[in-house]
Design a protein around this ligand. Structure first.
Ligand code: PRX
Length: 656
């Protein structure tokens, strides 16, 4: 357990005085109605049963809604459906096959339009290709791809067969990919030769090949060709194991029936950082997860048939799973998918896409919003953004300044903003305003959604009064909740359900104001949130200690005006090693190579000692205070309190 959330809160003024009531036109047409809250709280289980019947297409209706053996939940257990049928076939069957599912834009400027008819054809062929590679119901398939429509097709093809996918973010290095493949014993890897980012082609296949050297479970590899024709470069293929997508998939049989799957069929694993060095495979199953994604996408994004919706996340994270693939496709939405970065070729790339495709709903992370703020108002101002009617934020606390800028500069002072709190584990949004219903306050995610029971509690688990802070807990099961950690039920119980018996502990601090609004305060455990990505302090420490020159390391998150938190590491070198600036760079690169570029520490400091308690535990709170340049509180539990001064002297440069 980390520190009390009150000590830990991100520095933000709480704009409790400022509020934005729903505008009349959004309210008049909104998908969500205020009475949802009462209906859901009267009987949450009956509420979810009703939503499941209304929003999903079942092949065998369920008769049992929830079986709850704390902390193991089964939702709609005797029901059957096929997730890919819900996301694709049912829209085609209803006559909407010509509707655009994806307006895809490659970073170099190439474009594709993918309709629901196209999806149905490609998902079936790809599912047959997976079958030909030996994939069957219950198997795991790893996916390591750039942002191309084929990543969604690959995920849906797995779902069609009842095979679980494990998407690994394309920015992860070979050992991270290998660890995830091995933990899941994936049979097939779907990857690409590479993708375009920041004006360059980045190679993926060589990284995949490196990973596969230590991943014996993979017997077949499907490789999507993204390299533009006529450009230099070749991709090595291993005969017998590797197959080009464009050679292998098109010739497959056109039909692959969407067989009914049990509601609790494993849909996917998604690995996320926890408080140990080993990422955990979060398990999501079919019907409950799909319901959470579908319901929230409909209610929170107020999706309508004519909307052009754009979630700017990468599919390698849970936001891409729930709000690019499953939620929007289940709702039959038209989306934008963009391959590259917001600054390529210039900082107005997103705004030119919004203007061109008349995007109506945009969903992104506060880090992106703050980056746009820094780049200057002329970029959005140079484009007609009047098509936008709703803006969303996700992944980290949004500071009120960024919220207000987002609304004014991007939303033309018109659009509602939905600040959505959720986690990889929760599967779908749990705390968020409902557009047209909720009066918002900049910086607050407002209230738990209908059907969601949350609380803010103190150390003893007692609910804290309004106006104070504590730990965020969820007090009742919800359909899209994680079903466990792959291969480790004990860790599942211990991580989420042991701190406050009977409740799920989210790992976040929160405060409720006098009106009951929730203000998320950031992580209270040893997890950092950098640019809306979760990174464990211990993962980074392990990567540092893995370097031959490092004796010990401690890592903390320091608040950062751009990325929310930035990683600061304190390193003790082995005897006789020189603390040179070149070594600092080498260590940063070493972390990048082991965990990925997003985990590279922003600052590293060589120190002679680390502050420890008498029992030898590193006192992170002190290190955080040092990194933040704060006055140090109580140091009496330190084994040697003079160490703090020694470290302070050594880290004079910890501030920017
Ligand atoms: O600390 C919270 C923060 O992101 C964590 C979950 O990270 P991850 O599983 O990677 O999922 C990110 C996308 C859902 C949470 O524990 N977080 C997420 N959304 C918000 C947030 N913090 C504050 N406000 C949010 N809206």
């Amino acid at each position: 357990m980390g520190d009390a959330p009150e000590q830990h809160g991100i520095e933000t003024f709480q704009a409790e005085g400022l509020s934005f009531p729903p505008d009349a036109s959004t309210a008049a047409a909104a998908n969500a109605r205020a009475d949802l809250y009462e209906r859901a709280s009267a009987d949450p289980v009956a509420f979810w049963a009703e939503q499941a019947r209304e929003l999903l297409t079942w092949r065998r209706p369920f008769t049992k809604t929830l079986e709850w053996e704390l902390p193991f939940a089964k939702w709609f257990d005797d029901g059957e459906l096929n997730v890919s049928e819900n996301c694709v076939d049912r829209h085609v069957a209803a006559g909407r096959g010509d509707k655009v599912a994806f307006h895809w834009i490659g970073e170099p400027g190439d474009r594709r339009t993918v309709t629901y008819n196209d999806l149905l054809r490609e998902v079936q062929k790809t599912a047959n290709a997976l079958k030909a590679l030996g994939v069957a119901k219950g198997d795991r398939v790893a996916i390591y791809m750039p942002m191309v429509p084929e990543v969604a097709i690959a995920m849906l093809a797995c779902a069609r067969l009842g095979a679980a996918h494990s998407v690994v973010f394309s920015g992860f290095p070979a050992n991270a990919l290998a660890d995830r493949i091995n933990d899941a014993t994936a049979k097939v890897l779907i990857t690409a030769d590479g993708g375009y980012r920041k004006g360059n082609f980045f190679e993926l296949k060589p990284i995949a090949d490196e990973a596969l050297k230590s991943s014996p479970s993979v017997t077949g590899v499907l490789v999507y060709q993204r390299r533009q024709p006529g450009t230099a470069g070749t991709t090595a293929m291993q005969a017998g194991r590797d197959h080009w997508w464009h050679e292998f998939v098109p010739g497959q049989p056109a039909e692959c029936p969407a067989d009914p799957m049990p509601a609790e069929q494993l849909l996917y694993l998604l690995y996320t950082s926890g408080t140990t060095a080993k990422p955990k495979g979060i398990m999501h199953t079919s019907a409950g997860y799909l319901l959470g994604a579908t319901f929230t996408h409909r209610a929170v994004f107020d999706i309508k048939p004519d909307d052009v919706y754009w979630c700017a996340a990468d599919v390698g994270w849970v936001t891409g799973h729930s709000y690019i693939v499953y939620g929007p496709l289940s709702n039959g939405a038209t989306q934008v998918m963009y391959e590259g970065t917001p600054d390529t070729p210039a900082w107005d790339r997103w705004w030119s896409i919004v203007e061109e495709l008349k995007v109506t709903i945009l969903y992104c992370a506060p880090t992106a919003i703050r980056a746009f703020m820094r780049q200057g108002d002329e970029h959005p101002q140079g484009h007609d953004l009047s098509s936008l009617r709703l803006l969303g934020s996700v992944g980290e606390p949004i500071n009120p300044e960024a919220w207000l800028w987002y609304r004014e500069m991007i939303g033309g002072n018109r659009t509602p903003i939905v600040d959505t709190w959720w986690q990889t584990e929760t599967g779908s949004i749990l705390i968020s305003p409902l557009p047209g219903v909720t009066t918002t306050k900049p910086g607050s995610a407002t209230f738990p959604l209908p059907g969601v029971s949350a609380d803010v509690v103190d150390d003893s688990g007692a609910s804290v009064p309004l106006g104070s802070g504590g730990y965020l807990t969820l007090t009742k099961p919800w359909p899209s909740m994680l079903r466990g950690i792959w291969g480790d039920p004990e860790r599942y119980k211990e991580t989420y359900w042991s701190r406050f018996p009977g409740s799920y502990f989210a790992g976040d601090g929160a405060r409720r104001d006098a009106d009951g609004y929730y203000w998320l305060l950031g992580r209270v455990d040893d997890v950092m949130n950098v640019s809306a990505h979760r990174i464990s302090t211990i993962e980074v420490e392990s990567a540092l200690v893995d370097h031959h020159s490092v004796a010990e390391a401690a890592v903390v998150g320091k608040s950062d005006p751009l990325t929310g938190q930035a990683i600061v590491g304190f390193v003790i070198l082995k005897k006789g090693i020189d603390p040179t600036p070149a070594l600092l760079e080498e260590l940063r690169a070493h972390v990048g190579k082991n965990i990925g570029a997003i985990a590279k520490p922003k600052h590293l400091e060589f120190v002679p000692e680390l502050p420890k308690t008498r029992s030898g535990k590193i006192m992170r709170r002190l290190l955080r205070d040092i990194a933040e340049g704060r006055n140090l509180g109580d140091v009496t539990t330190l084994a040697d309190s003079s160490i703090v001064e020694v470290i302070r002297a050594a880290t004079g440069a910890a501030d920017e």
